[in-house]
Design a protein around this ligand. Structure first.
Ligand SMILES: Cc1cc2nc3c(=O)[nH]c(=O)nc-3n(C[C@H](O)[C@H](O)[C@H](O)COP(=O)(O)OP(=O)(O)OC[C@H]3O[C@@H](n4cnc5c(N)ncnc54)[C@H](O)[C@@H]3O)c2cc1C
Length: 486
C-alpha cells in the first residue's frame, strides 16, 4: 500500500510528489501522457523542441517560489536567464517594451503615455504594494479557504500587518482602481487587458484588484527564460522525485478512484493500487470522470455546476524557423485591435527560443510557440473544425508577418482545445484555471483540501491559481497538509 498516490505531473502534481518523497512518504505518481508537465510540457518533432503551452518563467529570483522549492529539495539551480525585457507588446501603431526593472518600465511609461504617466506610475506603485502584502501571505502557503479551525488559526498566524493594507481592495476591480486614478487611455487599458487575460484570464472590468495586482507585479520580481523550456523545471522535479524513491508511471491513466477502507485507484492497465491519500492534479472539472459515484454524493464540489464554470481554451501554433529575428526580445504579444476582446487571435503571445538554446532548436534556427485564448466549446464541432483552424492560423500568421518575416518554416503544427484535451487530459481542453466572474470571484476559490478525507487537489483550478508558480504552490500546500496530517 502507498501512503500517497498522485494523479498527474503538471506543476502541481510533480511538486507535491517530490516534497512528499523527500519527507519519506511511499508515493506513486501517474502520468497519462507521454511527456511530463501537462500544459507546461514539451514535445519534440524533427530537430525542434516545442513548449506545449507555458513559456515564460517566474519565481526563480532570490526567495522566489522555485528558488525556495529547489533549496528545499536539494536540487541545483537550473540555467535560467533573467529577462531585461519581459516582452514587446505590439499594437498596430506602436510597440511598448515591457521592462522587467521597475525604473526602466516607469521610463517607458513616461515615453509612451506622457499625459497620464504620473497617474499610471501611481497605479503601478499601488499594484506593487498590494502584491507585496498579498504574496508575503500566500508564500507562507496557507490553506485557503480554510477548512478547519486549525487552518483559520494558521492563516491568522501567517497573515502579517501588511495584509491589512489589502483589505479595502478586497471587492474592487482593476477597472475601479483605474477610475480612481483617472486613467482612461485606450492603449494603456488594452495593454493591461492583454497582460491580465494572459495570467488571470480576464480583463480590467472583471478582474479583482488583488488578483490583478499579483499579475501585474509578478514579472517585476523576476521574469525568466528557462533554457530547454519550462518543462526542464518539471523534469528536474521528477528526477529528484525518483532519486528520493518515488515511483513514476508514465502513459498510465487513472480511470477510477473509489474509497473502501483506503483509496483504490484503478488505471487503464487494469491495475488497482491502494493508498491512504490521493492527490488529483487534473483540473477540478475533469475529476468527475474518474470519481466513483459513492464519493460524488459526498463531494462538496458539484459536477453540474463545475462543468458550467467558464474557462478558456488555447489555440497554439508551433513553428521551427530559421533565425531571422531582428530583435533581442524573446516574447512578443500582439494586440490587433485594442477595442476587441483579447482572444481568438486578436491578442496572442509569440515566444521564441533563445538563439543560444540548442535544447530547443539547432544552431541558426528557433523554436516558436504562439498561443491565443479561444472559446473551447466551439472546437468540438467536427464539421467546422478544419476551417476554423485554417482561418485562425492564417489570421495570426498574417499579423506576425507584418512585424517579423518568418522565413524558412521547417515545421508547423497546430494545437486546439481538442489537442489539449487529448494530451493534457483536461475536459473540453479548458486550460489556465477558471475565468474570474467579477470582484467576488475570490469567494468561489477551491482549497487544495477537499471535504472527503484523504482526497486532495492541486493545479490551476484551486488556490492559489494558475501559472507554474501558483500550481507549484498548491502542490506544496497539499504536501504540507498531508505531512501535518500524519
Ligand atoms: C497556452 C498556455 C500558455 C501558458 N503560458 C504560461 C506561462 O508562460 N507561464 C506560466 O507560468 N504559466 C503559463 N500557463 C499556465 C500553466 O501552464 C498552467 O497553469 C500550469 O502548467 C498547469 O499546471 P497544473 O498543475 O494545473 O497541471 P496540468 O498542466 O493540467 O497537468 C496535469 C497533468 O495531469 C495528467 N493527468 C490528468 N488526468 C490524469 C489521469 N486521470 N491519469 C493520469 N494523469 C492524468 C495530465 O496528462 C497532465 O500531464 C500557460 C497555459 C497555457 C495553456
Amino acid at each position: 500500500m502507498y501512503d500517497v498516490i498522485i494523479i498527474g505531473t503538471g506543476f502541481g502534481g510533480i511538486t507535491a510528489s517530490a516534497l512528499l518523497a523527500k519527507k519519506g512518504y511511499h508515493t506513486l505518481t501517474f502520468e497519462a501522457a507521454n511527456e511530463l508537465g501537462g500544459c507546461a510540457g514539451k514535445f519534440e518533432r524533427q530537430s525542434f523542441c516545442f513548449q506545449a503551452g507555458a513559456t515564460l518563467g517566474m519565481g526563480f529570483e532570490e526567495n522566489g517560489v522555485f528558488s525556495k522549492l529547489f533549496h528545499e529539495l536539494d536540487i541545483s539551480p537550473l540555467p535560467v536567464h533573467l529577462l531585461d525585457t519581459i516582452m514587446d507588446v505590439h499594437f498596430p501603431d506602436r510597440t511598448i517594451r515591457y521592462y522587467q526593472q521597475k525604473e526602466r518600465w516607469f521610463e517607458e511609461i513616461a515615453q509612451q503615455f506622457p499625459k497620464d504617466s504620473a497617474a499610471i506610475v501611481h497605479f503601478f506603485e499601488e499594484m506593487f504594494s498590494l502584491a507585496d502584502a498579498l504574496l508575503s501571505f500566500v508564500y507562507e502557503r496557507p490553506m485557503i479557504p480554510p477548512k478547519t479551525m486549525k487552518h483559520i488559526f494558521e492563516a491568522l498566524q501567517k497573515a502579517d500587518r501588511k495584509l491589512l493594507r489589502a483589505t479595502p481592495f478586497l471587492f474592487q476591480s482593476i477597472a475601479k482602481r483605474l477610475e480612481h486614478y483617472g486613467i482612461r487611455d485606450e492603449t494603456f487599458i488594452a495593454f493591461l487587458n492583454g497582460q491580465l487575460v494572459d495570467s488571470v484570464q480576464t480583463t480590467v472590468e472583471r478582474c479583482p484588484a488583488l488578483l490583478g495586482a499579483v499579475a501585474l507585479s509578478i514579472f517585476h520580481r523576476g521574469a525568466f527564460y528557462v533554457e530547454g523550456g519550462l518543462a526542464t523545471v518539471v523534469d528536474a522535479l521528477a528526477e529528484r522525485y525518483k532519486q528520493l524513491g518515488g515511483e513514476l508511471r508514465m502513459r498510465e491513466k487513472v480511470i477510477s478512484i473509489r474509497k473502501e477502507r483506503h483509496w483504490l485507484v484503478t488505471t487503464n492497465r487494469k491495475q488497482t493500487y491502494e493508498a491512504k491519500h490521493v492527490v488529483f492534479n487534473g483540473s477540478v472539472h475533469s475529476i468527475f470522470a474518474i470519481l466513483d459515484d459513492s464519493i460524488k454524493c459526498t463531494f462538496s464540489i458539484r459536477e453540474e455546476k463545475e462543468k458550467k464554470r467558464p474557462a478558456w481554451g488555447a489555440f497554439t501554433i508551433y513553428m521551427g524557423v530559421d533565425d531571422s529575428f531582428q530583435t533581442d526580445s524573446l516574447y512578443h504579444q500582439f494586440i490587433v485591435d485594442r477595442t476587441k476582446p483579447m482572444s481568438e487571435g486578436n491578442q496572442f503571445l509569440l515566444s521564441a527560443s533563445a538563439p543560444f538554446d540548442q535544447q530547443m532548436a539547432p544552431v541558426g534556427k528557433r523554436s516558436i510557440t504562439i498561443s491565443t485564448h479561444t472559446e473551447p466549446l466551439h472546437w468540438w464541432n467536427r464539421h467546422a473544425y478544419d476551417e476554423q483552424k485554417k482561418m485562425l492560423t492564417e489570421q495570426i500568421l498574417q499579423r506576425v508577418s507584418k512585424t517579423f518575416p518568418l522565413t524558412n518554416v521547417h515545421i508547423q503544427l497546430i494545437g486546439t482545445p481538442v489537442t489539449f484535451a487529448r494530451f493534457t487530459h483536461r475536459a473540453f481542453g479548458k486550460v489556465g484555471g477558471y475565468i474570474p466572474n467579477g470582484v467576488f470571484s475570490l469567494l468561489s476559490t477551491y482549497a487544495p483540501q477537499t471535504n472527503v478525507e484523504g482526497l486532495w487537489l492541486c493545479g490551476d483550478t484551486v488556490f492559489p491559481g494558475a501559472g507554474s508558480l501558483g500550481c507549484a504552490l498548491s502542490g506544496w500546500i497539499v504536501a504540507d497538509a498531508i505531512t501535518a496530517d500524519k
